[in-house]
Design a protein around this ligand. Structure first.
Ligand SMILES: C[S@@+](CC[C@H](N)C(=O)[O-])C[C@H]1O[C@@H](n2cnc3c(N)ncnc32)[C@H](O)[C@@H]1O
Length: 208
């Protein structure tokens, strides 16, 4: 995502009640943050956060955490949160550290329009590479569920192979999400942008 510098980003992040500042300290205990035993869904690379925010508003009995690695982008997400959403928290971090933050407590992981990193030498940076799928292994409660959306055919095909190689099974798939019967799709910023250009949106839900 192209970043524009956001003035006062550090202040916006530090003063936000949505931000969890030392997420490693909560590993294994996220239910204490939300003060309930509701399911926990996370999104890695949430960008400006439209998807995770709309989900949290629509499903108050599910806890949501949005993860984003850049200060400027997460600051823009915070600026959009002008109402109280008790089942939503945000973390500013690189997902490389995900294993240090969650342990057997995540019910579902969303990967929406992840950066494709097309060069072979950057494969390990793709959020659906075997390296990342290994990092996710221990964050899930029992059943592992990943839902992915992208308009990038190469990344989608690569991810299907990678999921298969790592023993995930396809539970649902669409090669044209917006012309399928997938119920109640919540759009991301990138999804709106690419759909308006006429791009097809690919979707897959895998389980293990
Ligand atoms: C192409 S944007 C998509 C944003 C949003 N999911 C959407 O669909 O509109 C990808 C986002 O993922 C973030 N990102 C990429 N790699 C990441 C990582 N390793 N950890 C956390 N965030 C990451 C980027 O900073 C960027 O905001």
């Amino acid at each position: 995502m192209r970043q524009r510098n956001v003035k006062n980003k550090a202040e916006i992040i530090n003063n936000s009640k949505y931000i969890i500042k030392e997420p490693e300290k909560l590993k294994g205990n996220w239910r204490n943050v939300f003060e309930n035993d509701n399911p926990l869904y996370i999104e890695i690379g949430m960008g400006k956060g439209d998807f995770i925010r709309e989900n949290a508003l629509k499903y108050p009995n599910i806890n949501f955490i949005g993860i984003e690695k850049f200060d400027s982008i997460i600051a823009l997400a915070i600026k959009k949160l002008d109402i109280d959403i008790p089942n939503l928290k945000l973390i500013r971090m690189d997902a490389l550290n995900i294993e240090n933050v969650f342990e057997k407590e995540v019910d579902k992981l969303f990967l929406n329009f992840s950066d494709p990193w097309p060069k072979p030498r950057h494969e390990k940076r793709r959020l659906t590479s075997s390296e990342f799928l290994m990092r996710y292994e221990n964050i899930f409660k029992e059943k592992k569920i990943i839902e992915m959306k992208t308009d990038n055919r190469e990344l989608f095909e690569y991810s299907l192979f990678s999921f298969n190689k790592n023993d995930y099974k396809i539970e649902d798939i669409s090669l044209d999400l917006h012309h399928s019967d997938y119920p109640d799709n919540i759009m991301t910023e990138y999804e709106r942008k690419f759909t308006s250009k006429g791009n097809v949106i690919y979707y897959v839900k895998v389980v293990k």
